[in-house]
Ligand binder design. Structure first.
Ligand code: GDP
Ligand code: MN
Length: 393
């Protein structure tokens, strides 16, 4: 799960991570009021979307930049008015861009130097890692590729946590001294606390700015939260903005389905994540393109199968469906009943290929054969993939 920058700012304030004051506005009028409250000069207006690269982005109406430094409340309101309701395209949004419905109005700072600082889950070390760099404000992947020596890494033990000496070590590696080194170390420790207490899997500050008057502040924020811990993060869940997410994925999560939308035209409905991945692979092997990854889970109910069918059929790109079920915990005839019920309820109009194997497979096949629904039945993965690829051609 992700959150917006203005929400990240609230978390920063709560945990004592230094960041300029700011508030979110949903229209130009609100922007004007907030800009006035913040002093009416030296402000920054920032489009709020779940994507980075806003500064260098452009709006589909031609307006340039999702981050603008302004010097009056009126100008802040004017810029806000030009951003809200428009679509912002950045290197992270894809060419279709993202609709901006809110902007952050914040106190601007004069930047002397931009650094990069992140804490993330590091599977390789079985702990957490700090990634920092003096090359802030730009794409960190590019820095890592072109100048790997400019990437600072510090591993954090999962139970010991970030030690004070480590915070100071990273600050020193960024070339910070004196008061700036202490401010940075304090900020890193506060951020570590926030990362741990909020079950984050990533917090990224780019840029971590050194201001011309010597302050160390977080100017941007990207957060990822561990979805498996959301049950104990009510405050975080309350910040979820489903309008930023794929609507198909939002619907799937309501029914406990593991769904990821893709760009192809062959929808897959599978039980088990491993089987779902091999189904996608074999579709590609036979020249097709999967429209999604969909795992209904080992114990899928009829309701879940119906919901899964509706999500699949709600996607206009889908030209055929491949159901690939292995009857294990879930016996084949129960799934077959679910498929029939769902197909009847949603009114199937595209080719449906079904491959069943495992417990009660004969009863399952019989259910499908007697249903009167136009089903192409398949034996084995290869046969299923070839049939569905042929059916959508
Ligand atoms: P991103 O492009 O989506 O990563 O958005 P950022 O919040 O990182 O802003 C992009 C760039 O705008 C930063 O790297 C800074 O150079 C600049 N910027 C952001 N906030 C301020 C600010 O308060 N004052 C000034 N002068 N520049 C800012
Ligand atoms: Mn940034």
């Amino acid at each position: 799960m992700n959150i917006h920058e203005y929400q990240a700012k609230e978390l920063f304030t709560q945990f004592g991570v230094a960041t300029p004051a700011g508030k979110v506005a949903a229209d130009a009028q609100q922007a004007l009021q907030i800009a006035q409250e913040l002093g009416g000069k030296g402000l920054v207006v920032k489009a709020q979307v779940h994507a980075g690269g806003r500064g260098k982005g452009h709006f589909t109406n031609g307006f340039k930049g999702g981050v603008h430094v302004v010097d009056s409340a009126e100008k802040a309101a004017e810029i806000a008015g030009q951003m809200i309701g428009q679509t912002l395209v950045t290197h992270q949004t894809g060419p279709e861009g993202k609709l901006v419905s809110k902007v952050l109005i914040a106190k601007s700072v004069d930047i002397a130097k931009e650094h990069y600082f992140a804490i993330l889950f590091d599977r390789a070390s079985g702990g957490h890692a700090i990634i920092a760099s003096t090359e802030g404000g730009m794409n960190i992947e590019e820095v890592a590729e072109k100048t790997p020596e400019k990437i600072i890494k510090e591993f954090v033990h999962p139970t010991l946590g970030l030690q004070a000496y480590q915070a100071r070590k990273v600050a020193a590696a960024l070339g910070l001294q004196g008061s700036q080194a202490s401010q940075a170390a304090k900020l890193f420790s506060a951020l570590w606390n926030l990362y741990l207490k909020s079950d984050c899997s990533l917090v990224e500050i780019n840029p971590l700015a050194i201001t011309t008057d010597g302050q160390v502040v977080a100017l941007d924020a990207k957060f990822n939260f561990d979805d498996n811990a959301l049950y104990r993060q009510k405050a975080v869940v309350a910040m979820r903005d489903t309008s930023e997410e794929d609507p198909r994925e939002v619907a799937a999560s309501e029914f406990g389905l593991n769904y990821i939308g893709l760009d192809g035209n062959i929808a897959c409905l599978v039980n088990g994540a491993g089987l779902a991945m091999s189904t996608m692979d074999i579709i590609k092997l036979h020249g097709g393109e999967p429209a999604n990854f969909l795992d209904v889970g080992g114990g899928a109910t009829r309701e879940q199968v119906t919901a899964a069918f509706k999500i699949i059929l709600g996607d206009p790109k889908v030209k055929g469906i491949l159901v690939n079920i292995f009857g294990g915990i879930m016996v084949c005839n129960v799934i077959a009943n679910g498929i029939v019920a769902a197909a009847q309820e949603v009114g199937l109009k595209i080719p449906l290929v079904v491959r069943l194997e495992g417990n009660n497979v004969e009863a399952g096949k019989q259910t499908l054969a007697q249903s009167g629904i136009d089903i192409i039945s398949a034996d084995g993965l290869t046969d299923a993939a070839q049939k569905v690829v042929a059916a959508v051609k």
